[in-house]
Design a protein around this ligand. Structure first.
Ligand SMILES: *[C@@H]1O[C@H](CO)[C@@H](O)[C@H](O)[C@H]1NC(C)=O
Ligand SMILES: *[C@@H]1O[C@H](CO)[C@@H](O)[C@H](O)[C@H]1NC(C)=O
Length: 452
């Protein structure tokens, strides 16, 4: 009995080990890639389709072939290899018009993977990688079907995708940045997201809300004369630059910013996790980081108004702290003090939306959270939110130094570094990494460095 208890305790410790991060001497977190047994199925890393397939189905490159349920499309894609390292693969994955998970291969053939009913992830029994030609060259293909919740992944070397049976069909399990033992954890990878609808409209975006990985940029040319849209995102070498910036920040304020940098076994930085994603690995790391600031904000706005410009028909609303709660005019409920994780994710504690929240509440959440993330609430003029220009963001401590460093390394200021990066004073430009057109001609993705 005692032996069993000890064994159970030992096994418990061993299986808990993946969450304990191993650190390099400079404090960066080291990825320890495992095998398919180390894949963890979560809401965040799965794409679940509706129908179950007894076995993997591969359609021919010419048209829909075996597959008559997928609505056709025709979107030229170009992948430009600007990457300095080893060989690069692309992977195109998403849901077809019948909501089935599908990989599109470079020749236009479609792979519908099957788990064979397995409740644990199994390897995808077909090669779904699209090898890119060498640096300086461009790969061209056509996306032959409409695709929603789509992603185009790029990686130095290969990525591991798996498939699992879900209650409603097949689920693709994708690389997970927050699992340090994911089989792809030691690989440099990233993705752009896209949706290509039945009316042939395209939305594509790059985001740094979760992490920064392989450097990717996009250009969308269009056929309606409205001009090519470009999202350059981060410049070449930004992962190193952000990791070095986080290390300097950790040395100066003693908070573990450097741990958000994930390196491979050789110590080379692969990606940077946002504080919100880092909290999945180590939820207590920034426990009291914001407490003093939150207290000061609560003090300040107990004796004067914080004005939130809702940028809606409700206009400006006045907010005041009383009895520990901030209340805003016309709002259906108040706001308690946020914790560090509430501020990183903008969707917990006082920033959690509930059914029945009114328009004022729904407008205050993003504006109040953005003001915390950017630390503008105690600055001169910070009593009206949003109102200060972006050169005031991240100028006071504490702040979100990940977001600061991401924006410092962005070439054209585009690409969200936290969920409500679209909050800006009236009349300020779009900082999302989105390209969109109802008349898309070609979507070009630049891998490793943006176009000039
Ligand atoms: C997909 O299905 C799996 C297995 O049932 C589940 O754990 C996961 O949360 C689902 N993903 C989403 C995004 O709902
Ligand atoms: C980015 O694209 C994905 C897929 O189209 C979409 O689900 C997501 O909402 C988009 N995000 C933004 C900020 O546009």
């Amino acid at each position: 009995m005692r032996c069993l208890t000890l064994l159970a305790a030992f096994l418990g410790a061993a299986s808990a080990a993946p969450s304990v991060s191993i650190r390099a001497t400079n404090g960066w977190t080291v990825a320890r890639p495992g095998t398919i047994k180390d894949v963890v199925v979560t809401k965040e890393n799965t794409l679940n389709g509706t129908s179950q397939a007894r076995e993997t189905v591969i359609t021919s490159a010419k048209g829909a072939g075996l597959d008559s349920r997928a609505i056709g499309g025709s979107l030229p894609l170009e992948f430009v290899n600007n990457f300095d390292g080893g060989s690069v693969n692309a992977y195109v994955v998403g849901l077809d018009s019948d909501n089935r998970v599908v990989f599109v291969r470079g020749d236009g053939s479609l792979v519908y993977p099957s788990s064979g009913g397995s409740q644990v992830p199994v390897p995808i029994g077909a090669n779904v990688a699209i090898p890119l030609p060498g640096k300086g060259q461009t790969f061209r293909m056509t996306l032959p079907i409409v695709l929603t919740s789509g992603r185009i992944y790029f990686s130095e070397g290969t990525l591991t995708f798996s498939v699992v049976a879900t209650p409603i069909g097949e689920g693709i399990v994708q690389p997970a940045p927050t699992n340090l033992q994911d089989p792809s954890a030691g690989t440099n990878w990233g993705f752009v997201e896209l949706t290509y609808t039945t009316d042939k409209s395209l939305w594509a975006n790059i985001s740094y809300v979760d992490f920064v990985g392989m450097i990717l940029s996009m250009a969308l040319s269009v056929s309606d004369g409205s001009g090519t849209q470009i999202t350059r995102g981060l410049g070449r070498g930004s992962v190193d630059a952000i990791c070095n910036g986080l290390s300097s920040q950790a040395s100066s304020d003693g908070w573990p910013w450097n741990r958000m940098c994930v390196a491979n076994a050789q110590g080379k930085p692969l990606r940077v996790l946002s504080p919100n994603d880092y909290a999945v690995i180590d939820s207590g790391a920034f426990g009291s980081y914001w407490s003093g600031y939150v207290d000061e904000v609560w003090n300040r706005y107990s004796s004067r108004d914080l004005t939130i410009n809702t940028q809606t028909g409700a206009g400006n609303v006045a907010c005041r702290v009383s009895g520990g709660t901030m209340n805003c005019g016309g709002d259906n409920r108040g706001y308690g003090k946020p914790s560090a994780t509430d501020i990183w994710g903008c969707n917990g504690g006082p920033f959690l939306r509930q059914g029945g929240d009114n328009d004022v509440h729904i407008a205050v959440i993003p504006r109040l959270c953005a003001a915390f993330v950017r630390s503008t609430l105690l600055l001169d003029g910070g009593d009206v939110q949003p109102s200060l220009s972006s050169d005031n963001y991240y100028t006071a401590d504490p702040t979100n130094h990940y977001s600061r460093l991401v924006h410092d390394n962005e070439i054209d200021g585009r690409g969200y570094a936290f969920p409500y990066d679209d909050v800006n004073p009236d009349g300020h430009g779009d900082s999302s990494g989105l390209v969109h057109s109802g008349a898309p001609k070609t979507l070009t993705v630049y891998v490793g460095a943006p176009p000039p």
